[in-house]
Each structure stands twice: as C-alpha cells, then as structure tokens.
Design a protein around this ligand. Sequence first.
Ligand SMILES: [Zn+2]
Length: 618
Amino acid sequence: MQNDIADQIISYLIEAELITNKQVQHAQKIKSKIVSSKRILDILKELKYITDDQIKQALTSHKHSFRIGDLLIEFGYLTREKLDAALEIKKNNKGKKKKLGEILIEQKFISEDDFLDLLSIQLGFPHIDPDIDEIDKKLISKASIKWFRHYQVIPLYYQENKPLIAFADPFNTKSINAVTETFGSDFLTAVSSYNAIFLILNKLEYGSKTQAVDEDSVQAIVDSIIQSALLQEVSDIHMEPFKNKLVVRFRQDGILVHYKDYPIEIIPMLTSRIKIMSNANIAEKRKHQGGRITFDFNGSEFDLRVSFYVSVFGEKIVLRVLNSVNQILPIEHIGMRSKLLKRFLQDALDTPSGVILVTGPTGSGKTTTVYSCINHIKKPEISIITAEEPVEYIMKDVIQCSINPNINLTYEETLRHIVRQDPDVIVIGEIRDTYSADVAVHAALTGHKVLTSFHTEDSIGGLIRLMNMDIEAFLVSSTVLCVLAQRLLRKVCSKCAEAYNLSPSDLAKLEYTPADIGKHQFIKGKGCSRCRYTGYKGRIAVFEMLILNEFVRDAILTHKSSHEIRKISIETSGLLTLLEDAIHKAASGLTTIEEIFRCVPKLLKPRSIKEIIRLQGE
Ligand SMILES: [Zn+2]
C-alpha cells in the first residue's frame, strides 16, 4: 500500500512520456538492492530521469485523484501510524464532520505550516493569506457565509479571467465538487490556512454589524469575539469598559494584543449576554462575580472561565480559555533537552513515590507541565486523583476535583479526604500553605507519588520555601525527588527571522565576553503577517531541574544556605540554571535575548555557551 502514490505518479509520468518503462524498471532494481527504504521517486530523481518540477506537474494536473493523507506520507511529513490514528478519530467523530487536515493539525500530528508547505512548495498551489479588502464582492455573493464555512473555502478575486478560490484542503472532494457547482469548473486553486479562512468569514459576517445595537447583534458580536479568540489560540479575552468605548484585547503568547473597539452603547447588553452564557447573576451589577461557559465551536467544546470585575465605567470581563485535552503535549514535546528529559523520567517521574515540585510564576506553563506528567504516568493499573483550583483540562481516566471555596469545598477539606481514596498518584494543584505542604510530604512518605506546583522564582527557592513552611528538613530531604523550575518564552517567528549580533550592552547584562558566545548566531523576527508583526509565534519552555542527590540532601539536612545548595547542585548534579537553558535555546534560534531579559532571572553568572552545550550533552 505504501507505494500507491508513487506508482500513481510514475504512471502519470509514463503517460506524459516524461520517463520510460525501462527507466522505472532500472530504478526498481536499484531499490530492491539497497537495504534502507529509499523512495522510488528519490531514486528516479538521483538517476536524473525526472525532476521535482515534473513530479509537481504530474501531481497538480491530476490533483483530484490523490488523497491528502497519502501525499503527506509520501513526502515524509507523516507516518502511516499517525494517519491511521487520525482516520480513526475522524471515523469516531462522525457527528462533528471534521476534515482530515484539521484533525491532523489539531492532534499536532503535523504543524499547519508543514501542511501549507506540502500544499504550496511541494505541490505548487499558491499560498495566500487572504486580505478582506481584496476580496471580490461579486464572488463572495455567490454563496452564503455558512456555505463557505462548511466547505472551508473562500473566493478571492479574478486572475486571468478565472476565479481564484482559496481552499483549506484542496484535495477535499466535497469542497471541490461544491466549488465546481457554484463557480464552474474553470477556477484556479490557492491554499490558505483554516484559521485565515475562518477569520475572514467572521469579519465578513460580523464586521459591519457593530453599529446597530440590538440583542441579536450583541449575541453575534459576543460569538464572533470568542470564535476569533479561539481561532487565534489566545489564552484570555479582556473586555474593558472605558469612558467612550469598549476595548477588546486578547492575550496571545503571554502578551495583550488589541483586537477591536466597540461603541459604549453595547456594554450593558454585552455584559448581560455574557452573564447569561456563564450562569452569573444578571441583576447583580455592584459586586465582582465569576462564571463558566461551555462554548461549541468548529465541532469542539471549549471551556471558558469568566470573571466580572466592577469598575467605574462598568464591569470589566475576562474570559480565560481553559484548554481542551487535545492541547496536552506528550512529555517528550514540552521542550526539555533529551538528556534533561531522560534524567527527569529516570530520577523523578518514573520512580514509584516521592514529591515532584514544578515551580514558576503565574503563566510560566506549570500547569501544562503537570498535565503532561499525568499523561505520561497514567495507566489502567494505577489510580490518579487530583485537587485543582480549578480543573483546567478534563483528563480521561483521572479523578479530578475542582476546589470551590464558595461552597466550602476547600483545599484543606479536599486534601483531608484525598488520602483516604487509596490513590497511587496525588496531584495537588498548588501548595499554598503549611497544611497542603504537610499533606504532600506525608503522602510521599507513605509511598505515594505526589505532583504539585509552587510559586517560586527558581528550583532552589522551591526547596527553601518548603522548609520555611515549617516542614522538617529531614522530611523535605527524604521525600522531595526533584524541583523543576520553568518559564515560557516567546518563540521567534520562523518566517521573518533574521540573524543579528548581540550588542555590547546585551553582553554586559549576561556578563559575557565575545569568547563566551563563540560562533553561535542569534536571531530575531523582523515582523510579518504570519506573526502579526510581533516577530514571535508560539512559545517555548525553559527549565532548571534540581535533582535531590545525596549531596543536595545532605546540604538540606545541615541547613546550608540557598547559595551553597545551588553551588552543590551545580557541581554534583550538573544543574543548569534557567538562564543557561534559555541562552542555549536562544543560541539555537528558538527565542531572543530580549525575551530572556524579560522573563528569566539571573542569579548567577551563566557559563559559556560551549560549556552549556557540553553539559547538556548535545
Ligand atoms: Zn513573522
């Protein structure tokens, strides 16, 4: 089956008299003699019987006879196993009608960039980021917004007298047939990302309605704000009432970005609408409130936590997007270097009992890491139970409890009961007082694995703080396995990245000489449409892992200072600081020096990049 596509392409090439049967036989003979599984097309290319362009030509002129999944495999973007898994999800998801490409991207089997890459670079469809001002009104009037949304296509404009149509998946037969029926068969195909198409459709549908204020239009505005936020993968939506307007901003990759302004007249109705959606008290306007919304969109359910905060010009509303389970990364993908990951698994996560502490400020990705850990250890023969405030992702096969002080379901009350539930693994959302610290340590002492988080700057700080909570040093030293400190830094946009040299003041801040940098090159994004001119796209975690080996345990028992504990762990356990991991990631082109200065504490002078790389074993 694996060679289906290749065979098909070859038969088209033969048909077009671009290669001969004899040449193909020759290539097949070579293929049978080599041990590694080289692709037949590559062999034909190496023999100079065909070129990339000819393959592209064969593909584009017969595009209707290929399936996107097979093409992704043939061009090495996807494994057969992942495709089968995605097809299985598609089959089980019948009611929701998701397209294969969408599932592949959602499950992170491929990135949207790779997907567009295959379509545009390998197959030669132009990749277009649609601009609402360029769209031909006559073309768009040929069908309803709902229709475009359903088929995930958008007509752009005329090119060479033919309509140019952007498809999210140009191999989807249903979309192709629908477009042929509406626009005729003589159209040109372009590709756009799913998100780009949906954003334009949202703008077309709701963009002009913001002036008229009635209940229906307010409802549409609220829906379109939330939909746009979900499409752009924001973490929070801020709706802020001011004297003369309502400002909506999205928090994206940790930074607030302006979305749109609305007239003040809509504020009362918009606030009421969101109160109804989140089951908050619509009559209460003088007190702060909270609520929760389940929002159906694009075939998925999204959970939003809502907060209403009374301010002078009305209630400020913040909606936090609680992530869906699809977004939990496998532990291998959270951003740990392979040597660090190996040690983390061996010395902490895969050991049967003990406390694992993840530390960092709010928004440093602690919760996501804890969930990735749960995902890694969960299996049918163990029981995992959690106490979280609130539950942010619903996980299969895990008993999760959302702390709710309003009804007296407090941490203290929950933790008192949690140990009686005969769990193997206990997840305590956050250690915030002596009581929760005590429960964590005692649970570990009686053979449980405990995962929890803490609000401290760095890994050593986590240990010290635990001891300052009146937990005996011997208890800390005998139960804590590892303290993992982390931060999230914005990732450089790969599309507009440019090399640059560190300035003398950058070097001075790092206490580096040019020799400490060596030949390593730093990059930053100059800004483009893909990253909305921020120069950044997505985020990457940096880590500092303190493993409690015998030397560190001894230092804790003898009440050494944090400075001494840090020195001991650097010398005996190969600890790399947050700053050093961040510098290595910046030198590998993942983030920038500015991001490091913005987010990462400097507690010690970092070692040279060469030394860091040697210690990380890469
Ligand atoms: Zn960019």
